[in-house]
Design a binder for this molecule. Structure first.
Ligand code: URP
Ligand code: ZN
Ligand code: ZN
Length: 459
């Protein structure tokens, strides 16, 4: 046996129990008590052992116009590992007129030599035709079951008939769309009105993208999914109106899944009163704090099944602070490193979430929805030994300088968390121990995934 993690409180989506975990050749081979005889023994007494967190929504080294996000696949995955994330799903964006497979090759050429944890790619579809639909079918069957579709961002969004064609194809092929739901036309009108009145300041960004625009688009894609029998996964839910659409659809028996992100659970539009408010610009925008009173129970009840980060780090100085009006500010917040400690401190410690629910929303449910389970997403013999030994007492102030994300600001810098990963293992290898990174670039493996499983049970 290579490694033994001894005497930790093992937390899965359904159980908490004290035990030892034996690891060999990167896999969990045995769980029990009083296990002996490993090359390396890690004492986890007094600590939790979580399944490695999976972040199914990150944008590393993402090009946008002339800009590229500040975290590349090395810095971003090192930061992820420090925060207990052992697997990410990033995006490969279709290039107009080119096969989708080329987008995968382009992205892997950038990422493979840098990632330090295992990773996969969703395909982002920005153009639809018969050839693209045929390729979607082939891709689902060869390990790419998930596709990001945009209902906002006019340069890359799909029109309603194309959305329906893609959903129809995914229903036939066994895939699942991850959908950015905001109504682009409604936003266009809001922006036009604000700018025509000279309202160009950053604080107008949230007013240009109100909750009802997000909820309307969510309702529209849910209905499209219902029409063609396709599951739908709604990305970055920010408000109670969208949650209400999702909850109603689930009550009607529809296959609707959704994620929210720490920024919508913990930050609000009040941040726009602070200096340098462009730090907080993301889409959908931060909302009035009252929405959090709905999002936390929605997460606890299971209407929201996943917390991802939508990590999208832009330099504050030189990128976010260059805009002439709020429409030009690059959108997105950093967060790949801080999800688990934030959710533990402000979710578990406050009583919003149980330890099991934390494991479910950060690891097990994402693995199940996106075709990685049981290789990833749980602690059981046969699964990859992607594990986090989590010290529930370690306190960390989340300043940009104390973190490993390559970016000059952190939206949670005012917060101190209590509870932090002390050891992170990727396929049995310790890659972070007590704040020190022990891995190397390129050690993360690219993951092919299974098609969406109808009748899937989530916790
Ligand atoms: O503002 C955000 N969230 N930027 C990242 C891209 C997206 O919409 O997910
Ligand atoms: Zn999005
Ligand atoms: Zn995103």
């Amino acid at each position: 046996m290579d490694t033994l993690i001894r005497n930790g409180l093992i937390v899965t989506a359904s159980e908490c129990y004290t035990g030892d975990i034996a690891i060999e050749a990167g896999k969990i081979v045995q769980i029990g008590t009083g296990l002996e005889g490993a090359d390396e023994i890690i004492d986890a007494t007094g600590k939790y052992v979580f399944p490695g967190a999976i972040d199914v929504h990150v944008h590393l080294e993402m090009p946008s116009g002339a800009l590229v996000t500040s975290d590349d696949f090395f810095s971003g995955t090192v930061a992820a590992a420090h925060g207990g994330t052992t697997c990410i799903i990033d995006f490969a964006t279709q290039e107009r007129g080119k096969p989708l497979s080329q987008a995968i090759a382009t992205r892997r050429a950038v990422a493979d030599s840098k990632t330090v944890i295992d990773y996969a790619l969703h395909l982002e579809i920005i153009e639809v035709n018969e050839r693209v639909l045929a390729e979607i079918n082939e891709l689902v069957k060869s390990g790419y079951p998930s596709f990001k579709l945009y209902m906002a961002y006019e340069e890359i969004m799909l029109q309603q008939d194309d959305l329906l064609s893609v959903l129809n194809q995914l229903a036939e092929s066994g895939g699942i769309p991850m959908v950015h739901t905001e109504n682009a036309w409604y936003i266009r009108q809001k922006v036009r009105r604000l700018l025509s009145k000279g309202k160009t300041a950053t604080a107008y960004h949230p007013l240009s993208r109100p909750p009802e625009g997000e909820a309307e688009a969510a309702g529209r894609i849910i209905l499209a999914g219902e029409l063609v029998g396709c599951p739908v996964y709604i990305a970055h839910v920010s408000c109670s109106e969208t949650l209400a659409k999702i909850t109603a659809a689930q009550h009607n028996g529809l296959m609707v899944f959704a994620e929210t992100c720490p920024q919508y659970l913990l930050l609000s539009s009040a941040c726009f009163d602070e200096p340098e408010p462009e730090r907080y610009v993301c889409s959908p925008p931060l909302r009035d704090p009252s929405h959090q009173e709905h999002l936390w129970p929605g997460l606890a009840r299971g209407n929201l099944q996943v917390v991802s980060t939508d990590h999208c780090s832009w330099w504050l100085r030189g990128q976010k602070d260059q805009a002439e009006n709020f429409t030009q500010i690059p959108g997105g917040l950093p967060g790949i490193e801080t999800r688990l400690p934030l959710l533990y401190t402000f979710g578990v410690r406050t009583g919003h979430l149980s330890l099991n629910r934390l494991a479910a929303v950060t690891s097990t449910n994402p693995a199940k929805i996106f075709g990685l389970f049981p290789q990833k997403g749980t602690i059981m013999p046969g699964s990859d030994a992607d594990l986090v030994i989590f010290d529930p007492h370690r306190e960390v102030r989340l300043t940009a300088e104390s973190l490993h994300q390559r970016v000059d600001h952190n939206p949670y810098a005012h917060l101190t968390v209590r509870g932090y990963p002390s050891v992170t293992l990727s396929r049995g290898r310790v890659i972070v121990r007590d704040g020190h990174f022990l891995g190397e670039p390129g050690m993360g493996r690219f993951l092919l995934r299974q098609p969406f499983e109808h009748g899937l049970t989530l916790l």
